[in-house]
Design a protein around this ligand. Structure first.
Ligand SMILES: Cc1cc2nc3c(=O)[nH]c(=O)nc-3n(C[C@H](O)[C@H](O)[C@H](O)COP(=O)(O)OP(=O)(O)OC[C@H]3O[C@@H](n4cnc5c(N)ncnc54)[C@H](O)[C@@H]3O)c2cc1C
Length: 391
């Protein structure tokens, strides 16, 4: 079943929805995107795009444009929190393509995707908040303004509060992990090198990396806390509280925190990966199917992989039902593994017992010195997986 000429409506103009729009349009589908906001925009924050995500952008013809708006990540440096001393280092120049691990401002990536989507002839409709989706031979989106949209196929790329997910899976309550993430972009006045730095302290860690040609630095500071914030980026935290929570961190951290005048703060919740990713002529994609904790930096990248695979499987299948089943079968196990790995990562950064922390850091340091290649190859299953390779 080639999808050329099929009408496909995507709910959500985020990284997942726009990547899907491009991938479907490249196969000739008639695509429209319904976005609830009054503009296609993103929160002021960075993301890391690992080689498996870069592969998707490349295959969609955006490789060069994306390289221009992003910074090449040369290493991931794990550091002790107090003096900022390096414990070990994951050398990303050892990747098959050393230019393929990138740091980008979300707003720059979304602008690139939105421009490409418009140029490709996709209809972008703003201020279209979906209220629910009715699967069926001719599926329907009910909109908050009282209108509805029918199409051949409807995809929910509407993020972690998806309206389609409960239709397919029932309502599930996520649970608070006991961690909050502070996020800010600050000027790079401290000479941050082109690497991701993970500063590991008891019950807390700070991740930083440069953006926008090295002019800015993205900062994510995670702390364990009993009280919690609702999930969402609209919360602006108190910068004094942020500085106090990480006051004993050294290295570049104090300077970065000092510059964070309007930090966003976000409670980190754990969600199960949706059991059912599709119904009759409807499917979920990205965070709508599988929100993840940020500790593997793979949420947006998984949404990009989903987008490629969904367009590909629909185009190759004999009918929509088979294409959607192939999509879920191809994606679900991989995504579950990534989400579970991210769930397991926080405690490694957050060891509170100083003896255990020293021992863990010693082990990491030795591994980095004795077997530097092994440090990187443990992530081969993520980074070397190229969903576009079997085109
Ligand atoms: C602290 C932190 C750091 C992270 N770092 C990274 C990283 O380094 N690398 C990485 O790959 N990922 C990272 N992520 C994860 C990443 O941000 C998400 O996985 C990714 O944004 C998911 O994309 P999406 O398109 O599925 O959903 P979203 O980005 O949530 O987009 C959903 C879109 O749908 C729209 N929408 C929602 N509901 C409706 C509705 N009812 N009707 C119409 N439109 C609707 C929204 O307005 C939005 O535009 C991080 C996340 C956090 C919290």
């Amino acid at each position: 079943m080639a999808i050329a000429g099929q009408g496909i409506t995507i709910i959500g103009g985020g990284i997942g929805g726009l990547t899907l729009a491009l991938a479907l349009r490249a196969k000739g589908a008639e695509v429209r995107v319904l976005e609830q906001a009054d503009a296609i925009r993103e929160v002021g924050a960075g993301i890391q795009v690992s080689p498996n995500g870069f592969a998707v952008l490349n295959a969609l013809g955006l490789g060069d444009a994306f390289a221009k708006i992003s910074v090449t990540g040369q290493a991931v440096s794990l550091r002790d929190y107090k003096a900022g001393r390096e414990v070990t280092r994951l050398d990303l120049t050892g990747l098959p393509d050393p230019q393929s691990y990138r740091f980008v401002h979300r707003a720059d990536l979304i602008e690139l995707l939105a421009t490409s989507v418009r140029e490709a002839g996709v209809t972008l409709r703003l201020l279209q908040k979906a209220e629910t989706v009715v699967p069926g031979p001719r599926p329907r989106v009910e909109l908050a303004n009282g209108d509805h949209v029918e199409d051949d196929l409807i995809i929910g790329a509407d993020g972690l509060h998806s309206v389609l997910r409960p239709v397919l899976n029932g309502v599930a309550a996520p649970f608070f992990t006991g961690q909050v993430a502070w996020r800010a972009v600050v000027p790079n006045l401290m000479g941050h090198p082109p690497e991701a730095r993970v500063h590991m302290g008891p019950g807390r860690h700070v991740v930083s990396y440069p953006l926008r040609g090295g002019e800015a630095v993205n900062l994510v500071a995670v702390e364990e806390r009993r009280d919690w914030q609702a999930e969402g980026w609209s919360h602006i935290g108190d910068p004094a509280q942020l500085r106090a929570a990480f006051a004993d961190f050294g290295g570049m951290v104090p300077e970065m925190l000092h510059a964070a005048d309007r930090p966003g703060v976000w409670g980190l919740f754990r969600h199960n990966v949706a059991r059912h990713w599709f119904g009759e002529n409807v499917a979920l994609l990205g965070d709508a199917a599988h929100p993840t904790l940020p500790f593997m930096a793979q949420g947006a990248v998984m949404a990009m992989e989903d987008a490629w695979v969904l367009a590909d499987r629909l185009d190759r299948a004999e009918d929509v039902a088979q294409g959607l089943a192939d999509y879920q079968n191809t994606r679900r196990d991989r995504v579950v593994k990534v989400v579970e790995t991210a769930n397991g990562n926080a405690w490694k950064y957050h060891l509170s017992n100083p003896l255990m922390r020293s021992a863990a850091h010693l082990g990491l340091g030795m591994m980095g010195r004795l077997a530097p290649g092994k440090m990187l190859s443990q992530f081969d299953w993520i980074y070397k997986h190229d969903v576009t390779a079997a085109r």
